[in-house]
Design a protein. Structure first.
Length: 335
């Protein structure tokens, strides 16, 4: 994604919508991209509290740029190459003046090496801008980035070194968290046990389960029952047992494809949920339950798509994982 963002800025795309809740990490990524470009653009940040401030410089607000309209007009007047990051503009973006100023900026930015980046955890694009904007999802940290977080935390603690196996387990336990969340989880594990070793993996996993559960859509599920607890469904159980071998190291080296998914239909009480839960134990994978009824129950008007997108992004970052989509029919009209 960072490479895609760099390409879009180099190609002089005037408006990019970056969907993320990690402001600091996203700002750093944009600043790093700016340093590689020729001509090198300056990076400016806008918030409704501070107006326009240059990235990495003392917090000196550009004159009269607190209002969104004034800030966008200010970007239009600038003559030098620049990347202008607007944080949390989504509450104002439906305002006719803001929408019009953005369209004016798009028209004036042609061949000027200037780009506006709208940064927000909520994706909301007015119909007037749909043909002009490129939407990108900023990914959650991968193992490499989490490794840097873990290394910094180890430097602050008593245990300076970890075996490769222990480090990998701690890193995998934090997959699916933001950088700040991972840092807090590692710190909590270190404070709880006065160290950070393989033994603290369960503390990290327990905290991650709580963080994932916050929005009420995703739920981490642990199941003690085995596949033998499921009555009937013999053909399905045989298929699942055969496919369990696809997740071994030997199977990966051989190039054996892993199963991508399955759709289970049946009346209530026939074992659909239980088979999903016991498959997690059979295959040795984590199980996330995605409640489609909760996504579309009307309690989160205007947030359904954003919540679903975030849930899928979290599941993807934790992969390999079993995503148990419950009440799938609730996502269809008339379901």
């Amino acid at each position: 994604m960072k490479e895609e963002l760099s390409i879009l800025i180099q190609a002089q795309y005037p408006l990019i919508y970056l969907v993320t809740s990690e402001e600091e990490r996203s700002e750093q990524a944009i600043a790093n991209i700016a340093q590689t470009l020729k001509p090198q653009p300056r990076v400016f940040l806008w918030t409704v509290t501070n107006g326009v401030v240059e990235y990495g410089q003392p917090r000196t607000t550009q004159h009269n740029t607190v209002s969104p309209e004034a800030a966008i007009e200010w970007t239009i007047r600038q003559k030098e190459p620049g990347i202008y990051v607007f944080k949390d503009l989504h509450p104002f973006i439906d305002s006719p003046p803001v929408t019009r100023y953005l369209r004016d900026a798009i028209a004036s930015f042609k061949d000027t090496h200037k780009t506006i980046v709208l940064m927000s955890p909520v994706q909301h694009v007015p119909i007037e801008l749909e043909k002009e904007v490129v939407v990108l999802d900023f990914p959650l940290p991968d193992m490499k980035e989490l490794n840097r977080v873990l290394s910094r935390q180890l430097e602050d603690g008593k245990n300076k070194r970890l075996t490769t196996e222990s480090r990998e387990k701690l890193l995998k336990a934090a997959l699916g968290l933001t950088r700040d969340e991972a840092q807090k989880v590692y710190r909590k594990a270190q404070v709880t046990a006065s160290r950070l070793t393989e033994a603290e993996v369960e503390i990290v996993l327990s905290e991650k389960k709580q963080l994932i559960r916050r929005n009420g859509i995703l739920e981490y599920i642990e199941e003690d029952e085995t596949i033998d607890s499921v009555g009937g469904l013999e053909e399905l159980k045989r298929w699942l047992c055969q496919r369990s071998n696809a997740f071994t190291e030997r199977a990966r080296e051989y190039g054996l494809p892993q199963p991508k998914g399955m759709l289970i239909l049946g009346v209530p009480g026939c074992g659909k949920s239980l088979i999903a839960k016991t498959t997690s134990r059979l295959w040795g994978l984590h199980l996330l339950r995605l409640d489609m009824g909760r996504v579309y129950d009307g309690s989160m008007v205007g947030r359904s798509e954003a919540n679903l997108r975030n849930a899928l992004k979290t599941a993807e970052s934790i992969a390999p994982v079993i995503l148990f989509i419950d009440e799938l029919d609730k996502s269809f009209a008339g379901g």
